[in-house]
Design a protein around this ligand. Structure first.
Ligand code: PLP
Length: 408
């Protein structure tokens, strides 16, 4: 890690929205696992594109068209360098949900057959469950589930036992959006590969918070979403091994993804463009490129360390609140804390916290099977990012105390 100290107050000042008030109170934004706030550099990159360069990509030879194409491809190159992958293996798309559906329909649908199985973990987001169910229904494959321990860690022995010969694909989150659990992805992918199982890793909650070197993980597919990593909504990427991208048929057809179209037959473009039909989210991905620059300038190792400090503080402070139960106590966690307060429904608690200016998410967090495991319909979730402060952790605890006194 670089030794240069970061002035976190100055970093926070890069985020204009964090200066606002809600309900007459200073905003305490603790919902970054839902979507991250945007630094001025990202907002300005999008604004600059529309003010000065707006044109479609890969079509026009005029100056603006060239500028737009260069800026869009530069964003792809930045994201590829950030993830240590080759730009030709990085398909830009609207986010994790799209990326997983792309793999489900383009890779899995033509391959799976009755008797095959797709292995998922108990802690997957619905985005890494439902596309597989849809494909399973159409192919006759079935879904198998790898269970977790009460602490919210994957039961690795059970997971490896579940890797039986009929398992074709393993879908696995890198970091749980509910529990914060960081899964030992490298080890799991190695075990899967030994058994000939293809792996898809959902990096939505990992890439924004820690350095991610995709090739070192040994997976086949890695997906991410831009809006959780300081980028605009409707941005993200699928990384896939070159051989998969070459073998997969296009997911959507249209402009951009072709070399030549005749009514008799069409010659598709090379990957990644083969999977990018239609006009993409040009401004959004240029904004995502700016987000990558921004995160890189701070350093992902320093972001990780900062968030671990905030997590330790929040875990200790919340743990001391009477009647509060934290769900998810994995040994390795990201800065996500799900909790319940005795006598208070999660939605009521979140609504009352909002009146104190504290934004936390309540609900099932798009993880019904995980809620079922813990026997609860919903939790409150505080998720921290590097732009949060220790004072905000204290504000959360104070607000919970106040709300608790109101409710009891
Ligand atoms: N996977 C995980 C672990 C998530 O946390 C989320 C978003 O909450 C998603 C997938 C879906 O991301 P998106 O809605 O950006 O496609």
């Amino acid at each position: 890690m670089s030794q240069t100290a970061i002035d976190w107050a100055r970093v926070r000042a890069d985020f204009p929205l964090l200066e606002r008030q809600v309900h007459g109170k200073p905003l305490v934004y603790l919902d970054s696992a839902n979507t991250g706030q945007k630094p001025a550099a990202v907002i300005e990159a999008v604004d600059d594109f529309y003010r000065r360069h707006n044109a479609n990509v890969s079509r026009a030879v005029h100056a603006l068209g060239t500028e737009a194409t260069e800026a869009y491809e530069a964003a792809r190159a930045k994201l590829a360098a950030f993830l240590k992958v080759h730009r030709d293996e990085l398909v830009l798309c609207s986010g994790t949900t799209f990326a997983i559906n792309l793999v489900a329909y383009s890779w899995a649908l033509p391959r799976l057959k009755a008797g095959d199985a797709i292995l998922l973990t108990r802690m997957e987001h619905h985005a890494n469950i439902v596309p597989w169910q849809l494909v399973a229904e159409r192919t006759g494959a079935r879904i198998k589930v790898a269970e977790i321990t009460p602490a919210g860690e994957l039961d690795l022995d059970a997971l490896y036992r579940a890797m039986t010969p009929e398992v074709t694909l393993l879908g696995l989150t890198h970091v749980s959006n509910v529990l914060g659990t960081v899964n030992p992805v490298r080890e799991i992918c190695r075990e899967a590969r030994r058994r000939g199982i293809v792996t898809l890793v959902d990096g939505s909650q990992a890439v924004p918070h820690r350095p991610v070197d995709i090739p070192s993980l040994g997976c086949d597919f890695y997906v991410l979403t831009g809006h959780k990593m300081c980028g605009p909504t409707g941005t993200g990427a699928l990384w896939a091994r070159r051989e998969h991208l070459a073998a997969m048929p296009p997911f959507l057809g249209g402009g951009e993804m072709i070399k030549e179209v005749r009514f008799e037959a069409t010659v598709f473009n090379d990957p990644p463009h083969k999977f990018e039909a239609g006009t993409p989210n040009i401004a959004g991905h240029i904004g995502l490129g700016a987000a990558v620059d921004y995160l890189t300038a701070i350093g992902m190792d320093r972001i990780d360390a900062r968030e671990q400090e905030l997590l330790a503080h929040a875990t200790e402070a919340l743990g001391a609140v009477e009647g509060l139960r934290i769900i998810g106590s994995a040994r390795e966690k990201a800065a996500v804390i799900s909790f319940l307060v005795e006598g208070a429904h999660a939605h009521d608690l979140a609504t009352l916290l909002d009146l104190e200016g504290v934004a936390v998410r309540s609900g099932h967090h798009c993880a019904h099977p995980l809620m079922a495991f813990y026997g609860v319909p919903a939790t409150c979730r505080a998720s921290l990012a590097f732009y949060n402060t220790h004072e905000e952790v204290e504000a959360l605890v104070a607000a919970i105390g106040k709300v608790r006194r109101l409710l009891l």
